[in-house]
Design a protein around this ligand. Sequence first.
Ligand code: C2E
Ligand code: MG
Ligand code: MG
Ligand code: MG
Length: 280
Amino acid sequence: RAKDHGRGVHFAYEPSLHAVAEERRQLEFSLRKALEQDELQLNFQPVVDATSERVVSFEALVRWHSEEHGFVSPAKFIPVAEDTRLILPIGKWVLKQACQEAMAWPEHVKINVNVSPEQLMQADFTDTVIEALSSSGLNPQRLEIEVTESIFLNDTEVAREALAKVMELGCKVALDDFGTGYSSLGYLRKLQFSTIKVDRSFVQGAAQGSSESLAIVRAVVAMAKSLEMKTTAEGVETEDEAELMRTMGCDRIQGFHFGRPMTSYDARALFDIDYRQLSA
Ligand code: C2E
Ligand code: MG
Ligand code: MG
Ligand code: MG
């Protein structure tokens, strides 16, 4: 296959399908132990109000420091966990930990938790949420579940009902990475999402002057407003991107510009920080 790259470039090593499968098998094996051996941790990334620039929420992002593999990105191990159903115990752990951590924050600061389609398909998903809320004592209104468009791919009805039940508890639901997946606007009618998260690719594109990205952000913001949903711009890395998203009417901003995913310890230290005063 290396030949396909042309111009006589030779790759010393290209992983074969077998090597990829073997790596996944090893990851699965280590991941099974990771939960028991406390190798998983949560990081928290601030989400700020676009106008006041105050922290309104944190998104919980799982981190794995593996004894065998070192740091493994969730982009790599979450898919493995999803394929092997390990996402079920991991997801439960994440929900519980995240709710517990949020109890240490001021009441107005919410917690965003990512949930995989496989979790939503479980008959006991609502019980899992109730358990995380009651064991921590967290007000359901402070919990926002994040799902991606992929939940609408297969058994739409089961996922929709699971989310509707969670909304009845008072929790909120955000549509993550909007615009990157199987995009049909039809399903926006099926569920009253609280928030649409505009994917980083559009934020980046818009800031680089792509008229398509600009048009998409503009359309998503307008649509969200008319459906009474909030918008969060994801992956905002620079002041220019933040300013553009603010101008375009995004309600909230998340990204390295305001804070990277950080430990719970560092997250607690962020309260009541006004970023504009910091940079002044
Ligand atoms: P996501 O939910 O869309 O999370 C946002 C990702 O973008 C995070 O990557 C975050 O670190 C990264 N990010 C935030 N701001 C910026 C920025 O300004 N620039 C750039 N380049 N990236 C930024 P992370 O932590 O590697 O997570 C990747 C994905 O893994 C998440 O995407 C989510 O889909 C999944 N994930 C993470 N934690 C969990 C979890 O607890 N459960 C489940 N089911 N999925 C999770
Ligand atoms: Mg997310
Ligand atoms: Mg996202
Ligand atoms: Mg994303």
